[in-house]
Design a protein around this ligand. Sequence first.
Ligand SMILES: Cc1cc2nc3c(=O)[nH]c(=O)nc-3n(C[C@H](O)[C@H](O)[C@H](O)COP(=O)(O)OP(=O)(O)OC[C@H]3O[C@@H](n4cnc5c(N)ncnc54)[C@H](O)[C@@H]3O)c2cc1C
Length: 453
Amino acid sequence: MDKQFDSFGRLDNRNRHHVSSAVAVRDIQNASSDRYLPFGNGRSYGDSCHNNKGVLADMRGQNNIISFDRKTGLLTAEPGVFLHEIIDYCAPSGWFLPVTPGTRFVTLGGAVANDVHGKNHHVRGTFGSHVEALTLVRSDGVHRLTPDDLTGLFQATIGGMGLTGMIARVTLRMMKVSSLDVTEKLTPFQTLDEYFAQAEQADADNEYAVAWLDQLSGERGILMTANHADNGNFDTGSHTAKLKVPFNLPFNALNHLSLKAFNTAFYLAKKRKSGQVLTSNYQGFFYPLDAVENWNRLYGPRGLFQHQSAIPADRAIDTIRLMLYASQRAGQASFLTVLKRFGAIKSPGLLSFPQPGYTLTLDFPNRGEKTLALLAELDRLTVQAGGRVNPYKDARMSAETFAASFPNWERLEAHRDPKIMSDFWRRTAQKLPKNGIANNSNDLIQPSETPSV
Ligand SMILES: Cc1cc2nc3c(=O)[nH]c(=O)nc-3n(C[C@H](O)[C@H](O)[C@H](O)COP(=O)(O)OP(=O)(O)OC[C@H]3O[C@@H](n4cnc5c(N)ncnc54)[C@H](O)[C@@H]3O)c2cc1C
């Protein structure tokens, strides 16, 4: 795999300095303020994994699995190990990741630092809920942390976006499963009301549940639910993508026509299989996008924005409908639209993204000001509903939107290593007044002050 330092949205292709993590760890005490940021594999979409005024510490060189107890499922590994390497190592003895994001090309350190979530948030919470211990290297020394840590540093590091120090080792409790394969059921729906009527029960009945929306055809979509199969298949398969986008396209290949064709074909193919119980390979179910290497290049040289919001349940249906309507009205339907219910399991993380309710994820090609105006409108709707915008998918939210999304951001600032900084933190938290003045979200965002489409 090529070493690259872009983030997934490819919005900022400037060269930036980087060093191996070994160099950064050796030098962090003597470094100037804001010098470093740990870098995983750049699967964050925006600038939370960048530090253009400083140096990225490439953690991928620290990639050893230290120990794995096949009886208890306790895995200890270095942060640069990829999730697919963990699967390869643990699956033969019947263990799988307790929580997995929609790509397996993510490092263990990156998964902890963003406290990622998966399709089973309702039963397992976030990745950080399964972390039993961490070793953190900071400019003030090496810290061994566990969830009962009274200093708050463990909690700040889970979902702390790399700002509290460099995670050097993680102990994770894996999940025992009956197979890597899943038995999957596909349920088409025509309206959001139909989806919301069944989402809670779908969660109650299944380990995994997620919905895909065909945004170009109104509100129709497919609810996909699954549980691990009983067939004992632990073949992890190849991690090489069958298809790839071989070079950076000079144009955005995802226009209205290609979007419409793709979404309609996907909907009809899934609908045809509805009502059956399918046995699906784990890669196809958890990581469908990994099947095409560098698919983000389809968005052309200007890259893509992802907008992910979490909306409290009582405001979800109205707000999500307004958000879909706003993007249709702006003539910018999302290529890939995903809707999921978040459960109530509280993460140990201080700035963890999920909150009980629903989460909507939208992908947009970067069309400049027009797209930025739409994204600001989506932020406004999110905040107005008491929700939050995901920082590790973001490349442009205002400091005020960030503060309204995470009113406790100052507690992370208090734990930030002064030698560490990210472009995201510089752009948001560093612009906010301190000592609680920014903590009242109602004072910050007035609907009329935000540009609307
Ligand atoms: C196709 C696709 C699907 C996705 N699906 C999901 C999903 O379902 N759910 C979800 O939650 N996310 C999802 N994501 C986002 C992705 O899982 C997260 O952004 C993930 O954290 C990226 O990990 P990374 O190893 O690439 O780290 P990077 O993106 O390089 O870095 C992530 C953060 O971790 C910090 N960091 C990295 N290594 C360390 C370390 N050793 N010590 C301290 N800090 C460190 C960085 O400073 C940065 O702030 C998806 C992304 C893609 C591209």
